[in-house]
Design a protein around this ligand. Structure first.
Ligand SMILES: [Zn+2]
Length: 193
């Protein structure tokens, strides 16, 4: 168990919970939660995954440092705070569109042990597009569209509402012409405008 000599098991379990991109890690975390531990082969598999990810991360970090030093890329921008999308709403999920965007983006607010997290998916393909950890900012590949949506959320929800004919925030049907025009129902609009 060389991998685990360096890393306490509860730390490894915590790390697994953060690997929401990996079905394997998600299933191991679920087992850990349910059984209060893992079997020896599962711990070994988890430790191996950690080592592989760490090695890849260090490779990428070294490459990135080299690129930044060589001036071929600029350092990452300040992140986007997805919690601002939800301010004033009671929604657990928001669907956004950016002008001329190919598809919508689904942003889910994490529940229970994921409280404080946000998860982003492509509205059409379901592809995972990153997440935001509690108290931090978004990390992922949809930063441009999300940055726009955070700054222009009424417009982003309106575009989604127009595309579906339902309220762009809570998905309830829209009946009155003013709401249909706006793509957002009166109650939701009152909360965010
Ligand atoms: Zn609504």
């Amino acid at each position: 168990m060389e991998a685990l000599a360096e890393l306490d098991r509860s730390d490894l379990a915590e790390w697994l919970m953060e690997q929401e991109w990996s079905e394997f890690a998600v299933s191991l975390s679920a087992r850990y939660e349910r059984n209060g531990g893992l079997t020896e082969p599962q711990w070994r598999a988890a430790g191996k995954m950690y080592e592989t990810c760490r090695a890849r991360f260090q490779e990428r970090l070294a490459q990135r440092r080299a690129d930044v030093a060589a001036g071929t890329v600029t350092p990452a921008r300040t992140g986007v705070d997805l919690s601002r999308l939800f301010d004033g709403t009671e929604a657990d999920r928001l669907v956004l569109r950016a002008p001329e965007a190919r598809t919508s983006l689904i942003v889910d607010r994490g529940q229970r042990r994921w409280d404080g997290w946000f998860f982003v998916r492509d509205g059409e393909t379901e592809e995972r597009l990153g997440s935001q950890r509690p108290g931090q900012t978004y990390t992922g590949t949809a930063e441009g569209a999300l940055a726009w949506a955070v700054e222009n959320r009424v417009e982003a929800f309106s575009l989604h509402g127009h595309a579906t004919g339902h309220c762009g925030i809570c998905s309830r049907p829209l009946s009155n012409p003013e709401s249909v025009e706006r793509g957002i129902g009166p109650i939701c609009y009152g909360r965010i405008a």
